[in-house]
Design a binder for this molecule. Sequence first.
Ligand SMILES: [Zn+2]
Length: 275
Amino acid sequence: MPELPEVETMVRDLSPRLTGRRVTAVEAPFTGSVRYPDYPELVDRLVGQEITGVSRRGKYAIFSLASGDALILHRGMTGSVLARERSDPMEQWVRILFRLDDGTELRFQDSRKFGKVFLMEENGAERPLPWNRMGPEPLDSDFSEDALQRRLEGRTALIKPLLLNQEIVAGLGNIYADEALFLAAIHPERRANTLTAEEMTRLYGAIRTVLRNAVEGRGTTFSAYKDIEGRAGSYQGSLQVFHRTGEPCPRCGTAIMRTVVGGRGTHFCPTCQPR
Ligand SMILES: [Zn+2]
């Protein structure tokens, strides 16, 4: 599932290519990806609009429009955005596509159909933005250790599901939560209120390091994730524990274990991350 680094990679690639372009047509073989407004209204409000910028909040990509609306895209489990020429052969599972005035076709490919597309006023006046209640951006310069501490303080829930909760910190998903907990040497089933000050410091640093490195590696690819040219990310080679069940821990050699925490497959080193 695309997390912060995969969405950030996409936004950085698309921004120079799309800014200043105009949407000339929309086509949707599957209109179910459009969650708001209904599909005809989305087409009506989008066609003819100039894209003024591409940005990210959490796992959402935001295409700002000259009208003040924003086209908002969440890639769900398997969604990828491909930037193609109109004449390029059509891929499988393209749910909705956007044609631009320079011949580019943005194709939203999503085999499992969990991806979501919205169009609404970007200032939030029309309806609450999807990231209305979202926590801070972990790579922002003003995301401090204090901010993380305040959000986890007194919480008796397990640390791993809390890291996946977008209202605590934006953009973390299953891969980078496991990697950050390994780097911080914290067991995924520790209760947040039992973390020491030193562990909190390590966790804060680990979240930022893991995400920053993954952005540099252009994200992680297992099966579905691709960048806008259809290429894989490269960070999967840097993963320490995620999907490495039974392999030796890179730090101590103990076999990596897999368990289920809060319904999600969770990977950790039982020696480096003691309960
Ligand atoms: Zn270990």
